[in-house]
Write a protein that binds this ligand. Sequence first.
Ligand code: ATP
Length: 108
Amino acid sequence: MGYAFKGAYLLITTEASLKVQFVLGIIMTLAGLYFGLSSIEWCIQTLVIALIMAIEGINTAVEEMADFIHPEYHPKIGLIKDLAAGAVFIVAIAAIAIGFIIYIPKIF
Ligand SMILES: Nc1ncnc2c1ncn2[C@@H]1O[C@H](COP(=O)(O)OP(=O)(O)OP(=O)(O)O)[C@@H](O)[C@H]1O
């Protein structure tokens, strides 16, 4: 548990993309309070924020491992990093879609 907490702390304090996502998560939480989300909307929004940060964390771990195992340029390392980045992209697209689905009817 201590190591897991340390890992989460390291991700949020040292990784630029995680910092941005953490701040976005806080902004979305404030937006949720402002627009009065339903219980199910809170569950979905919280899950999406956690999912995107968790996948980004795994992406960071994959990048660190790839650089440790093979610091020099290699097409296979490029492919491994691209696949990990692709996973983040898929969740990000879903997060944007869910954001629109939840907030568009409340704003307009
Ligand atoms: N050692 C390598 N060999 C081959 N291609 C690489 C290598 N390192 C990086 N790349 C290519 O550069 C891209 C970016 O890699 P990099 O490690 O800089 O990630 P990043 O831009 O810091 O990602 P993130 O923003 O998620 O931290 C990879 O997706 C890959 O296509």
